[in-house]
Design a binder for this molecule. Structure first.
Ligand SMILES: [Zn+2]
Length: 297
C-alpha cells in the first residue's frame, strides 16, 4: 500500500480495482495525429505507454479523501458481477476491491460521501453490489453525489430526449444497476452548477466528456488537488489537448474543457488527479511556449 497524498491537512488514498494495457493511442483517441505522437511519445515513461506494443497503460481506481473528519470516495470503478454486454472487459468482474479498500483502513460502512466525477460504466460500478439477487448500495451510510445533467442524460427513461449518444453501447446497463438503486432510496444529492459540498471541497461543471462531467477541487492550507475524471484520460492529452477519447459525448466542448482544466491546474499549481492514469497516478502540469507538459510522471 503506497502512502497517501497530502494536500494540506487532507489525505488522499488510491484504491486500485484494475490495471493493465488498454487500447492503442490510435484507437482510443479521436483526433490522433501521427506527427504529434512521434514528437511527444518518448517523453512519456513506459509505465504509462508501452511503446513496444504501442499500447496505453491505464488503471481503474478510486480515491478516498480524508478531509475535515469525513471520508469521501471519488469514483467507484466497474464493480463486481455487472452485466456489461457493450464492454465485456468490465462485465462479471470478481475483484477484491472492497478488501483493498478495507486494507487501506476504510470499511464500506465508514464512507460518508461518494462522488462520481461523471456517470460512465467505469465510474459508478461500486455504487452498488449484488445481494440476494438485488443491487443494493455498497456504502450504506454514504450520501452519494451525482450531477443533474448526467443523471438526466443517462436515464433510459429520457432516451427520446437524448437519442444519439456516442457511448450508448458501452454504457448499456449501468444506470439501472448502479445509479437508479441509489436514486430510488433517496441516497443521492443531485447537483447542478458549481457546488461547495463543504469547506475544502468544491465541484465545478466541466462538460464535454459527458454533459455532467465535473472537476472536484480539494483545498487545504493553500494546497490544492483537482480530480479531473476523464477530461484527461492519459498524459498524451496534456501534450495534445485537442485529442479527445472516442468516449467524449460532445467533442467540441470536450476540447474546450480540457484546455480550461489544464490552464487551471497549471495556474493554481495543483496536483492533477485523473481517473485512469497508470504510473504514478497523479501529475502536475506546467505551461510551455506552445501548450502544456505533464510534470512528475
Ligand atoms: Zn473512465
Amino acid at each position: 500500500m503506497s502512502s497517501p497524498i497530502a494536500v494540506g491537512d487532507a489525505r488522499i488514498h488510491r484504491i486500485e480495482e484494475w490495471s493493465g494495457l488498454f487500447m492503442t493511442p490510435q484507437t482510443l483517441f479521436a483526433g490522433f495525429d501521427a506527427a504529434d505522437y512521434a514528437r511527444v511519445k518518448r517523453q512519456i515513461p513506459p509505465d504509462y505507454l508501452d511503446l513496444e506494443r504501442d499500447a496505453l497503460r491505464a488503471c481503474l481506481q478510486s480515491f478516498v479523501i480524508e478531509l475535515g473528519g469525513r471520508r469521501i470516495l471519488i469514483d467507484t470503478g466497474a464493480g463486481n458481477d455487472k452485466e456489461r454486454p457493450g464492454i465485456p472487459l468490465f462485465g462479471h468482474l470478481n475483484t477484491p476491491f472492497l478488501q483493498t479498500l478495507a486494507s487501506a483502513g476504510f470499511t464500506r460502512e465508514s464512507i460518508d460521501v461518494v462522488i462520481c466525477t461523471h456517470l460512465h460504466v467505469d465510474h459508478v460500478g461500486w455504487n452498488t453490489m449484488l445481494q440476494d439477487g438485488a443491487w443494493v448500495p455498497t456504502f450504506p451510510n454514504a450520501q452519494y453525489v451525482f450531477t443533474d445533467p448526467d443523471a438526466q442524460y443517462w436515464d433510459p427513461a429520457n432516451r427520446h430526449r437524448f437519442p444519439d449518444k456516442i457511448g450508448e453501447g458501452v454504457n448499456t446497463g449501468f444506470f439501472d444497476d448502479s445509479v437508479k438503486p441509489i436514486l430510488e432510496r433517496g441516497m443521492a444529492q443531485v447537483v447542478s452548477g458549481t457546488t461547495t459540498l463543504f469547506e475544502g471541497l468544491r465541484m465545478d461543471p466541466a462538460p464535454g466528456h459527458t454533459p455532467g462531467s465535473q472537476t472536484i477541487t480539494i483545498e487545504s492550507r493553500g494546497q490544492r488537488a483537482i480530480f479531473v475524471g476523464d477530461i484527461v484520460h492519459h498524459p498524451l492529452q496534456v501534450f495534445c489537448p485537442d485529442w479527445n477519447s472516442i468516449f467524449c459525448e460532445d467533442p467540441g466542448q470536450a476540447r474546450v474543457t480540457r484546455q480550461n482544466v489544464l490552464a487551471r491546474v497549471a495556474h493554481e499549481e495543483a496536483i492533477m488527479i485523473p481517473a485512469h492514469f497508470a504510473g504514478r497516478h497523479v501529475a502536475r502540469v506546467s505551461r510551455t511556449t506552445d501548450g502544456y507538459a505533464p510534470q512528475g510522471l
